[in-house]
Design a protein around this ligand. Structure first.
Ligand code: SF4
Length: 63
């Protein structure tokens, strides 16, 4: 199963992911994006593709 997370070291707070996929991403107290839900759907893939710094990481999880 795939899971998504945000690499906060790469996030530049551009807001794309929050705009594209508000069900999965929001800003934390430091104004960096975080995944509120680690499941992956097409919107999450769109957000990952749109992220200018490739901070949105989709990984395959073994189970
Ligand atoms: S699209 Fe990428 S850089 Fe922009 S807020 Fe989201 S994770 Fe951060």
């Amino acid at each position: 199963m795939e899971k998504v997370h945000v690499d906060k070291d790469l996030c530049i707070s551009c807001g794309s992911c929050v705009a594209i996929c508000p069900n999965h991403f929001e800003f934390d107290d430091d104004n960096l994006a975080k995944a509120t839900n680690d499941s992956v759907d097409d919107e999450v893939r769109d957000a990952a593709e749109a992220c200018p710094t490739e901070a949105i990481v989709i990984e395959e999880e073994d189970e």
